[in-house]
Design a protein around this ligand. Structure first.
Ligand SMILES: NC(=O)c1ccc[n+]([C@@H]2O[C@H](COP(=O)([O-])OP(=O)(O)OC[C@H]3O[C@@H](n4cnc5c(N)ncnc54)[C@H](OP(=O)(O)O)[C@@H]3O)[C@@H](O)[C@H]2O)c1
Length: 314
């Protein structure tokens, strides 16, 4: 495992990390989630991603229970939460100063830690002035409740505004962004953020490297049983299949066969080849998937510039 600097910060984050969206609680019980976290940690993963919204807070409770049981030293791992979707009431969502403070305190309780390493604004909130959110994050930094704050799926313009507010009032701007990035979803990361990466050197912890499993190739003949698109409450994901370029996925499958690795491994390594990526967050509903995905690091040398060029041409 290699460790990359998280943007301009001094924090070294593992290039592959592990997240809990959909899987924790819905697909992984405590025993299986613990096996995955322990395996990942043994392989050098140091970042575990979570959010107040995941399984309505239950995912953080589960991860917190596991962290307690595994008894890792607190200075050996990075754990995150995200604020935005905390509940149905007007005060329980968005990026107001109040909800940012409440969400942080609640995440600390659920994860059973004294501080969060990374705290993300899970989406932009058009109803709250960006300056208010930047101030709230700065407060939490000063209180030692979070180490770094970041954005998730903010536009380049919104990120730019956060930096301008921070500069004007001598506050800390975002250290990282958490966008979707994979072979099927490239526009924002590669084009819209181009100037942001150059100007502010922010880090990135990218999500859905396998496009929720599409890039494993297993959806090419329809939705398989026991897959994410069949998980109760996540059926909406299947709607995206109408616009998926399965031709591209088939070509990825063929290319991966040619170089003798799994399509999932090729898709993960393609993400890692982009130096603006600080960490690729893996998701897995089974330990066997996590093993296969972490194993991709053994094949990094197979991913030549020609291979990347070929994929980018599909
Ligand atoms: N900030 C945000 O807005 C945001 C949004 C989404 C995710 N995230 C973060 O990013 C993390 C990763 O995203 P993701 O879970 O969508 O990642 P992903 O890698 O695109 O999808 C993971 C899912 O694909 C399937 N899969 C993975 N490896 C496989 C393999 N080797 N063979 C067959 N199937 C495989 C599994 O689902 P099944 O077995 O159920 O099919 C697994 O749960 C999340 O856990 C979360 O922490 C953040």
């Amino acid at each position: 495992m290699e460790y990359r600097k998280l943007g301009e910060s001094g924090l070294k984050i593992s290039e592959l990390s592990f997240g809990s969206w959909v899987t924790f609680v819905n697909q992984l019980n405590e025993k299986d989630a613990m096996s995955c976290m322990a395996y990942a940690y043994d392989k050098g993963v140091n970042f575990f991603d979570n959010a107040e919204a995941y399984a309505h807070g239950e995912s953080e409770i589960l991860m917190g229970d596991i962290l307690k049981k595994l008894k890792w030293d607190r200075d050996t791992y990075i754990v995150s939460s995200k604020v935005f979707w905390g509940g149905d009431l007007p005060t329980q969502k968005g990026l107001s100063k109040k909800h940012i403070h409440d969400a942080c305190n609640a995440a600390l309780m659920r994860l059973k830690v004294d501080y969060l390493d990374l705290f993300f604004c899970h989406r932009p909130d058009p109803e709250t002035p960006i300056l208010e959110s930047v101030y709230a994050m700065n407060d939490l930094l000063q209180q030692g409740k979070i180490m770094y704050w970041g954005t998730s799926e903010w536009s380049a313009q919104e990120i730019n505004e956060a930096f301008l507010c921070a500069k004007k009032f001598n506050l800390r701007g975002p250290t990282m962004e958490q966008p979707q990035y994979n072979i099927l979803c490239r526009e924002r990361f590669e084009n819209e953020y181009r100037e942001i990466f150059k100007k502010y050197r922010i880090g990135s912890t990218i999500w859905s490297p396998l496009a929720s499993g599409l890039l494993t190739g297993k959806y090419c003949n329809g939705v398989p049983k026991n897959s994410r698109f069949k998980v109760k409450g996540y059926e909406w994901l299947a709607q995206s299949m109408d616009s998926v370029d399965f031709n591209k996925i088939n070509r990825i499958n063929d290319l991966s066969k040619k170089i003798n690795i799994k399509p999932s491994q090729l898709a993960i390594l393609w993400c890692l080849k982009n130096k603006n990526v600080s960490s690729v967050i893996l998701g897995a509903s089974k330990l066997s998937q996590l093993k296969e995905n972490l194993d991709s690091l053994n094949y990094l040398n197979l991913i030549t510039d020609d291979i990347i060029e070929e994929i980018n041409g599909y």
